[in-house]
Design a protein around this ligand. Structure first.
Ligand code: AMP
Length: 273
């Protein structure tokens, strides 16, 4: 596995490559969720590039940038074991300069859900993803459905800016008890981890209601909020795949999304129906 930190050197290296390139951007502290993205990229491409970059511009001043988990050595080993061809591991100064151009989210989809309580977050996400996609120029890039709003905004950016990359959504990987894997799960005490199970339980209860043909969004959200009680809820929403509110679940075109705070940790999850 080649490890490259300089964007121009990576561009130069990839210019010589005449095969399909699969790209998996991450912020490190890799877990099985990231591995499933890498596996999919390996299945579908001849060469796989993974990036590890803790992007400062998607964190606001009062967020967890300074304590975000770092496992550089373990991450490098894991990438080697997974058969990653190139690991892109830049420093902040390799990616950002002074007086930066930036990408802005659309006015509606950028400021609902997570964007409502983190108004600058997705500008940072889109800016760094744009930079990374321009550096790697992959055939396909892989993003988790767990971060559904991020996936939606990146897909929109790629479409609206006529970018030449296929965005591939990847299913959420969970622990056996239902908790969605996240690098931030390490912040949870054992008691908080128990409480966090209410998130997947609430989504499970929504799935059961839909299987009984109860499709009314208000009824489903009411039940989900009961299951989530007493966690601090940022939102529980039932949206279509274009992120517009649905009064009734439409099978094949629905995402049910939850974000809560457990202790001091924000956790999000969703199901696609
Ligand atoms: P992060 O390192 O948290 O920025 O995540 C990098 C990529 O992994 C993003 O596309 C995430 O959506 C994806 N990801 C994170 N957790 C999971 C998970 N549990 N299952 C599948 N993909 C995930």
């Amino acid at each position: 596995m080649k490890i490259i930190s300089n964007p121009l050197k990576l561009k130069e290296y990839l210019k010589e490559v005449n095969t399909s390139v699969g790209f998996v951007p991450t912020m490190g502290a890799l877990h099985e969720g990231h591995i499933s993205l890498i596996k999919k990229a390996k299945e579908q491409n001849e060469l796989v590039v993974v990036s590890i970059f803790l992007n400062p511009t998607q964190f606001s001043k009062d967020e967890d940038l300074d304590r975000y988990p770092k496992k550089d050595e373990a991450d490098i080993k894991l990438c080697q074991l997974c058969g990653v061809d190139v690991l892109f591991f830049p420093q902040v100064e390799d990616i950002y300069g002074d007086d930066e151009v930036s990408i802005s989210v659309p006015n509606v989809r950028g400021f609902v859900l997570e964007g409502n309580s983190r108004p600058s977050h997705f500008n940072g996400v889109l800016t760094v993803v744009m930079k990374l996609l321009n550096i790697v120029s992959p055939t396909k890039a892989y993003f988790g459905k767990k971060d559904a709003q991020q996936l939606n905004l990146i897909s929109l950016m790629v479409k609206q800016l006529f970018m030449s990359v296929d965005i591939v959504p990847v299913d959420t990987v969970r622990e056996s008890d239902g908790l969605a894997l996240s690098s931030r799960n390490v912040y949870l005490s054992s008691q908080e981890r128990e409480e966090a199970l209410k998130i997947s339980a609430s989504l499970h209860s929504a799935g059961i209601m839909v299987s009984k043909n109860i499709l009314d969004s208000k009824k489903i959200i009411k039940k989900m909020r009961e299951v989530l009680n007493p966690l601090e809820i940022f939102y529980v929403e039932i949206l279509n795949r274009d992120f517009k509110q649905l009064s009734h679940v439409e099978i094949g075109n629905t995402v049910i999304l939850v974000e809560v705070k457990v202790g001091t940790t924000r956790l999000l999850d969703n199901i696609w129906l």
